[in-house]
Every structure is written in structure tokens, then in C-alpha cells.
Design a protein around this ligand. Structure first.
Ligand code: AVI
Length: 316
């Protein structure tokens, strides 16, 4: 099994420089990837079980209801490459349905998380070979050279995480996955669809305040890891619909004029000024089809729920 790799020092430096740049920008912003420290990942897990947060259970239902069809699309003896390990039950549904999969390749930047996910899959599917790869899948990386080259290589990217990427980054990611699977390869990807704004806002600003805690945890992380002095009672979570981007934006709103110190740097906030912490894009099917086409993919299959909230797409 994979050795536990300690990325902590490099991650800490990347976090430090993103925070320094993001909080000194005219419009304060922080990349959403930093929401996921241990506490943030726990809170995200909690979000996925909230009554208002429809994406996880809807996508899981689509995978379950269409498992045989999706497995058929993937082909037999598939090499399944999953970007971002730890989709848990979704991975298990697909692996359980695949015809005699040759190999499972989870890719994740968090070594510890990857080991846990790989161990879980190993226990559940002892007959499937697993090759975890530690890499940041939002940046360029190569798969191990000795992976079987023959199709079907299948890229799996559930969770609608593609929606958290800006469009150029999404195209870059899709093109990278295209290169990873090679000619004849395929992709199964979860995409959250545009829907009424009320449903979206409720999903990102739940009544129990779990999404608020998830967002505010980023300030706690800055305090803990970078010696910040954010007073969490003086910031509030906000979920906004941005129609131009077709995205839910998460913000942290300063409730008063205030100064905060981070890493020896003073940061001034006006009352109502925000830190933009995440975009979650919601696509029309045709729009996503065009995006995928610009990265070399053809939309071959569409599986959705009865209400058309979410789509699992088969790309070829
Ligand atoms: C991980 N990602 C797909 C989630 C989303 O829905 O955009 C992250 C999230 N942010 C707030 N709630 C969930």
C-alpha cells in the first residue's frame, strides 16, 4: 500500500502565498480548494447529507439507477481513473457494476485521504488492483508510465466538482483527462444543472448553518495555520446567485469596518466588503456539451434524475 506522503510543508507555503495575494487584491478572494482542511472536509461530508443539498443524493441515485448502462458504456476490463479520491459510495456503485475492471487508479493531492480511500476500496473489492497516484489533478501531471495503455481507460469525475473550476480551468482539466485516457478512452462525469434560484440558494445556505460553518472555517484555518486574528463573529456566510456566470458564489461578509492581521500583514475591511471563497457553476446541458467538445470530447450519453436537477454524462 502507498506510503504516507507528507505534503504539508509545500501546501502550507502555497496556502500562505494564496492568502497574501487574495486578501490584498482589490476584490478579496481565496481559492476554494483551501476550504478542505480536516475540519472543512468533515463539514463538507455533513453538507452532502443535508436535506437542502440535493447534488450528492441525486447523483448517487442516477448512478444507482443506471449502473448497468454506465458500466456498459465503460466497457469490460476498464482501467478506472478517478480524479479526487473519496467519492465513497459513488465509486463503489461504479466499481461494483463494471465488468471485470482491470485497475482502479484514484488520484488525489491529499496522501492520507488517498490511502484511506484506497484501503476502503481494497476491503470492499479485494479482486480489483489499485494504483493510487498522489497528484494535484487541477494541475498538469502524468499518470505512471506502466499503466495499461489499451482502452478502455475511463476517467471518473463525480460530484460536480467541475463546477468549482473557472471555465478555462475546466477545459484544461477535461483536455488533460482526454490525454490521460488516450484514443478510444471515455469519461463519466457529474454535472450540476441550472435550476430555480431558490433551490440553489437553499442548497448553499442551509437552515442548520453547516455551509456557513464550512465557509467560516476558512478564516479559522488562516488563524490556526498562518497566525491570523480573524474574529469569526464579525464575518457572515453569504450564498449569491451570479446570473452572468451561472454560478452560486460563496462569500464571507465583513459585518463591520475592521482590521485583521495575517502573517504580519494588516488587512482592512470595509463594512459589507466580502471575501469571495467559491464559485459553483450550474450548466445547461448544451453549454457543457460545447465546453467538453472544446476539450476534445463528444457527449455520448446523458443520464439524469426525473426532475432534471443533475446529469451524469458519458463522454467519448
Ligand atoms: C465540492 N463541490 C462540488 C461542492 C459544490 O456544491 O460546489 C462544494 C460546496 N460548497 C458549498 N457546498 C458545497
Amino acid at each position: 500500500m502507498l506510503e504516507r506522503v507528507d505534503f504539508r510543508a509545500a501546501q502550507r507555503e502555497a496556502f500562505r502565498s494564496d492568502v497574501a495575494a487574495g486578501l490584498s487584491a482589490p476584490r478579496k478572494t481565496l481559492p476554494s480548494r483551501w476550504l478542505y482542511d480536516d475540519r472543512g472536509s468533515e463539514l463538507f461530508e455533513e453538507i452532502t447529507r443535508l436535506p437542502e443539498y440535493y447534488p450528492t443524493r441525486t447523483e448517487t441515485g442516477i448512478l444507482r439507477d443506471n449502473a448497468a448502462d454506465i458500466a456498459d458504456f465503460c466497457g469490460s476490463r476498464a482501467v478506472l481513473i478517478e480524479y479526487g479520491a473519496g467519492a465513497g459510495v459513488k465509486t463503489e456503485i461504479l466499481l461494483g457494476a463494471l465488468d471485470n475492471p482491470a485497475l482502479y487508479v484514484p488520484v488525489d493531492i491529499a496522501g492520507d485521504f488517498l490511502v484511506d480511500a484506497a484501503n476502503r476500496i481494497e476491503q470492499r473489492f479485494p479482486y480489483i488492483e489499485i494504483r493510487p497516484v498522489v497528484a494535484d489533478f487541477t494541475a498538469d501531471f502524468d499518470l505512471p508510465a506502466d499503466l495499461p495503455k489499451l482502452p478502455p481507460r475511463v476517467a471518473f469525475f463525480p460530484g460536480s466538482t467541475i463546477g468549482n473550476l473557472a471555465k478555462p480551468d475546466a477545459v484544461e482539466f477535461l483536455a488533460r483527462a482526454r490525454a490521460h485516457v488516450g484514443p478510444g478512452g471515455r469519461m463519466v462525469i457529474g454535472v450540476d444543472l441550472r435550476k430555480d434560484i431558490g433551490t440553489l440558494i437553499r442548497a448553499y445556505d442551509d437552515a442548520a448553518g453547516v455551509t456557513a460553518a464550512f465557509n467560516l472555517n476558512l478564516l479559522e484555518r488562516i488563524n490556526r495555520e498562518l497566525g491570523g486574528d480573524f474574529d469569526l463573529t464579525r464575518f457572515a456566510h453569504e450564498a449569491r446567485w451570479n446570473a452572468r456566470k451561472s454560478a452560486i458564489e460563496m462569500h464571507l461578509v465583513s459585518l463591520s469596518e475592521q482590521d485583521v492581521e495575517v502573517d504580519g500583514q494588516k488587512i482592512r475591511f470595509a463594512e459589507g466588503e466580502t471575501i469571495h471563497t467559491e464559485d459553483s457553476r450550474k450548466y445547461e446541458l448544451a453549454e457543457f456539451e460545447a465546453l467538453a467538445a472544446s476539450a476534445g470530447w463528444r457527449l455520448a450519453q446523458t443520464w439524469t434524475d426525473p426532475d432534471g436537477q443533475f446529469a451524469v454524462l458519458g463522454l467519448a
